[in-house]
Write a protein that binds this ligand. Sequence first.
Ligand code: C2E
Ligand code: MG
Ligand code: MG
Length: 737
Amino acid sequence: MTDFRLRPWWRVWLASGIAAAVVFTLLPYGWLSVAVSTAISVGSCALMIAGARAHGPASRNMWYLFAGGIALWAVGDLVYAWFALIQQSVSYPSLADALYLSAYPLLTVALFRLTRERGAARSGNVIDSAIIGVAVGIVYWTFLIEPVMTDRSMSPAARLVAAGNLTVGVLLCAVIAPILLRRGSRTASLWLLTAGSAITLLCNVVYALLPTVFAEGSQLVFGGYLMAYALFAAAALHPSMSRPVLADGDSLGRGRLVVLTASMLLVPAILLVQGENDGGGRLSWGAVALGSMALFVLVATRMSGYIARVDSQARQLRELAMCDDLTGLPNRRDLERRAATAVGEGTCHLVMIDLAGFKHINDRLGRAVGDQALVAVAGRLRECVREGDVVARMGADEFAVLVCDTLPGDGDAVSARLTEMLRHPVHAGEHELLLNARLGVAEATGDIGATELVRRADTARYAAKASGGQLVNYSAELDERAEAAERLGADLRHSLDDGDFRVVYQPIVELRDARVAAVEALVRWEHPVRGPVSPAAFIPVAEDNGLIVELGEWVMRTACRQFATWGRELGDRAPQYVSVNVSARQLNEPGFPDVVAGILADAGVHPNALLVEVTETALFAGRTAVEAVETLHRSGIRIALDDFGTGHSSLGLLRTVPVDVLKVDKSFVDEITPGRRAVIVDALIHVSNGLGLRAVAEGVETADQAAYLRELGYEYAQGYHFGRPVPNPFVETTARV
Ligand code: C2E
Ligand code: MG
Ligand code: MG
């Protein structure tokens, strides 16, 4: 059986079947022609069954029905031959006519079912066929069937058979016309069925409508039918026979539209023709009226089907446009729409949530885990809210919760609940992930619109992110701060171009003898209008808008050049190294270590003489920063952890990141007051000695502090007590800054 699938049997059969049909048309009617036609019809039947069994489609029964129809025809032919060639008399109608007629229902049902998609599209296909059937039926009825039915010269049985033959013609037309007019790509099997159907329809039209042509070439018409059998059987043999349907469903193609319109116009056309011919009296008004009513109902039904489908597709599109694919939550657009309604109805709160650590989950564990984490967060947020509140996904790692109909305290309660929920790790596959969520909350009090509400919540969220806090409530002050930062950012840009920056150097001394061992480079901004601006005010802004990359590079270049100059000018009084602050943004800049290497090479400074100061927080920002530090360290540059003890303060960091120097923050040195033990500076000297690091105490302001630190075992310190940051600490007369 598998042979049917492997070998192109259908081609062999098609060629021989068509050749046999052609031979049939050339033969006069006799035993030989009957033998040829029987061979074709029986062969078609048998191959159709064999094909159906070999390919085993779901529609196998329909192929059997098809074969049954052809078998009835073959038997009809034999019966006819028996009358014509043995009995030498053929009565009309005869048993052969009954057999021919009874084959049509089987053929049309099978053809219909085989060429149409199942399911929802079927009703549309049935209606299309019904519309064509009714329209052609009215024409046939008016011009052919009714005249035959009322022809008293024929016997009632003859009239019945003649009318039956015409009726099956209508049936065939209704089933076949849509197959011929459908668009879309056809499988080979469907092409064969289409070709067979076209020939069948043509033969039927000649037979029914052109009696003179038929009388001339009846053998040609019968040959046509036989050729159609061969094509149908080849369709059953082709491997694509399991799905000979077109994939276009019941879409309203141009072809269909033309046919349906033409069908609708047939009735008025009949009225016109009959009216012009003054044959109105012969018109069967009842049939035409009933037929056209049926047509209207069918077309209306068809159109309502389309309208329903367009409606449902529009609904689906709307849903798609308003919904986030991954989490199924409403998206930004939908949230804004709902916020507009909620704001109009009364007080509501909007919480914007940003997952600060999410980018690294994606980078480290891959998108699939990231997606799972987002879905888990979505589920958790949904658990936190009441029905009627909205949880939405605003972007990659941003969510929003709209709490509707709130009382004054509700906003705080919900955001506290959300904060608490998000503090617990979420499960993504086998991972347990802690997502560092930042929340910004805004309240709509009736006088602001949805856009403003979203903006305010966003502003609060940015503020939470910038301050490192977890939750910030919106206040007008945040806007003022944001605006001030923006203006400052713009001024920074101008000043970078105009050269308003300077670098000053603060000595780092050996506590033993107060000798300057090194210097820390610190940037100064002298704005023409603002005056001197503190780095504490502008460095965070420059980090935020990225200008720190350019500024930091300039500081490092200036510091290295200055260091080289001191080396040449001061001899053994020259500092051993220069310390330069580097921000997280710089470390995350691709190629940063190369930039540093270039600067050192340009200035002619050995990597050993450069100390890069980074903060714990910068190293926690992600893998890239740590990798940059590792690369710098490998090239010989030393690394200091600045403000140690004020950031994330993970002692584990001292093991995983190559650190050479601990800069103990000023706040711990400040604890050194007479008569009090400064616990942390005490502890930290042990930590740094234990790990083999150099400790530098920052912000030493008094001689007592210096003495105390020295007693604890500190060897290096820095602070106003030893020297303020100045343009050149090695020149006695330098003005203090
Ligand atoms: P930092 O790196 O911890 O620098 C030490 C800061 O403490 C400096 O403030 C210095 O002037 C100040 N200081 C030193 N000794 C004393 C003291 O005895 N008492 C007091 N009250 N303060 C003292 P400055 O220059 O205002 O810089 C502040 C921060 O700005 C720096 O902290 C550093 O984090 C950042 N910064 C400064 N320059 C740069 C730079 O070029 N690049 C980057 N990325 N950050 C810089
Ligand atoms: Mg520093
Ligand atoms: Mg510091």
